[in-house]
Design a binder for this molecule. Structure first.
Ligand SMILES: *Cc1c(COP(=O)(O)O)cnc(C)c1O
Length: 231
């Protein structure tokens, strides 16, 4: 049952916050609905979910009416293809988690300029070093942030990462620690147009570790909605 799963995850979030002497209200539980039917959105809304994560523009379009009717947020968490930028921006995501290239940011900025709109984004960092993962290399983050800070229609609000896909808890923790230390280093620089507010890290398998390491947005899919079936 989705309700039981949400209660289960919320309970774990609270316990992790307690261990880290943090406030559970400071952690956003982003429900990742990708590949699941639109009907689950209403079920999640009825059980206290306030924000939804999707990684495909076509899928958001299907779920958008329900989310919008409830006045709740949707976040884009996937890899953004150039030819989908306009479509995505028109849907007005509350946050885009996954900017990792200047060329993409520049295209978004141009589209936003035409729309006379501003978009909040996070920069995705590849903290695991796994080649299959998106995200900017930690060593190239500073330069990317400085470049994007000059774009007038994009506001950087924080960082996102996907932890290492391993059973080794220490390695997963190391990824999250690294993201937090990069976050704090950028924050200290007080760069114009940049607010280091959100640390998006932690998924079904590692959100408790992420919270212990400072995450304030956890992106949880399968633990709430069950295994995804890709067709
Ligand atoms: C699918 C996805 C998630 C959710 O993954 P689960 O392991 O099912 O919780 C989180 N973040 C991103 C970027 C994703 O693509």
């Amino acid at each position: 049952m989705i309700k039981d799963n949400i209660d289960f995850v919320k309970n774990k979030v609270e316990k992790a916050c307690l261990r880290a002497s943090r406030n559970a209200e400071d952690v956003l539980l982003l429900a990742v609905t990708k590949t699941h039917q639109t009907s689950i959105v209403n079920e999640a809304l009825a059980n206290g979910i306030t924000a939804f994560g999707e990684n495909k523009v076509q899928e958001i379009e299907l779920k958008m009416p329900e989310i919008e009717r409830a006045g709740k947020a949707f976040h884009f968490i996937g890899h953004l293809q150039s030819n989908k930028i306009n479509k995505l921006l028109r849907l007005k995501p509350d946050l885009i988690h996954s900017i990792d290239k200047y060329s993409t940011a520049e295209k978004i900025d141009i589209a936003l300029q035409k729309m006379e709109s501003i978009q909040d984004v996070l920069i995705e960092v590849n903290t695991s070093g796994e080649k299959s993962k998106n995200g900017v290399n930690p060593g190239k983050l500073n330069k990317l942030v400085e470049q994007i800070a000059n774009l007038k229609h994009i506001r950087i609000k924080g960082l996102m990462t996907i932890g290492s896909l391993t059973e080794n808890e220490e390695e997963v923790r190391r990824c999250f620690r690294e993201l937090r230390s990069l976050f704090l280093a950028i924050k200290e620089q007080n760069i114009n147009n940049i607010e280091m507010k959100y640390l998006s890290m932690g998924m079904s398998g590692d959100f408790e570790i992420a919270i212990e390491e400072g995450s304030n947005i956890v992106r949880v899919g399968s633990l709430i909605f069950g295994q995804r079936i890709y067709t």
